[in-house]
Ligand binder design. Sequence first.
Ligand code: GDP
Length: 444
Amino acid sequence: EMFGQLTTGLESAWNKLRGVDVLTKENISEPMRDIRRALLEADVSLPVVRRFVSSVSEKALGADTIRGVRPEQQLVKIVHDELVQLMGGEVSDLVFTKSGPTVILLAGLQGVGKTTVCAKLAFYLKKLGKSCMLVAADVYRPAAIDQLTILGKQVGVPVYSEGTEAKPPQITKNAMEEAKSKNIDAIVVDTAGRLQIDKAMMDELKEVKKAVNPTEVLLVVDAMTGQEAAALVTTFNIEIGITGAILTKLDGDSRGGAALSVKEVSGRPIKFVGRGERLEDLELFYPDRMAQRVLGMGDVLSFVEKAQEVMRQEEAVELQKKIMSAKFDFNDFLKQSQNVAKMGSMSRVIGMIPGMNKVTPAQIREAEKRLAFVESMINAMTAEEREKPELLAESRERRIRVAEESGKTEQEVSQLVAQLFQMRAQMQKLMGMVQGQEAIAGMG
Ligand code: GDP
């Protein structure tokens, strides 16, 4: 199993947290060291490991506890989310041109599985319902052309070839014209590989690229090359400009580091992974599924996600209720102020969700100060006054009494009462808008 060692290494991190109540700087330091070691042993590159561990620590210390979720389970979820981000977050599918054939140019060193990928991609495209043609632009090895021809027959797609005499840029251009005239959706171009990166190979790729302006330039990399894989993607990207990578031989005994490092190091996504020699052994690369495989804890992850979802929903329902009730009193007011202050720390959990902004510490402090101020006055009110703010609005005596008991001025109490009525009015307006919209929807 590719991630076997990594999964085991991470397990020792979770185990060290068993029995703790909350994640602290002290109790995460050892587990963090385990995570670091496990990633390095899996061939993840050092700068990537450093950034990863520091980001996980920060999130772990900032995270609010979630009811029913144990700290080690929460850390599993944080590591999972960070792994997903590390691998690019979203799946990165093939891009197709709107008009003319989509040109998919494959590059890569010799023996990495490039020719096999050509056939697998043709198979994948066929499954998508797209017509496709393979192009033999590796003119240096006659065997490569034969291999592609055989594979093309196997998949049932045409193979375009001009033998070994023609030049790859011209072959590819001609192939594109042919595909256009035959209304073929996509062509997959097999180019020549070398044992190592050399200038002649790069120059040829640049020329082919210039001749046909491909939609996709995908670098095929062997996962077994470990750390080297991410470096290769970076070099090819700088030299010729690629749109993504295909990682092959993930079924072998690679330690998985390439899958984790490529995006972060090169800035280019892994689009597909190859897991075997058969045509159907090519899959889109899903960062979340890959992260789950690394952790091997699908049940814990879905449990934490559910708990987080319940917490979010409960809070949303509460807020909704308050907005909908026209009887917004000082008890609600207090709860609302407490929520706003709590939301500050909540936002750090929300900050784990990509796209959501964090609340700044200054804003949190501001909300907390405001809460203390409001709380002291509301605590000085009688239960009746809290439920019927009108009593305070109508009686100056009552306001003076609250001011004295809370150590605030009469004016501050008056402002608080006025603010409550303003909020009530706003909520009623909001309600009116909602009802208005419903009425408009009903008219349709
Ligand atoms: P090329 O030189 O890059 O065109 O490489 P080939 O496509 O000829 O593949 C080289 C060898 O790797 C062949 O024996 C393939 O069957 C094998 N191969 C390709 N992809 C995979 C894969 O995902 N898993 C495994 N196990 N073998 C693969």
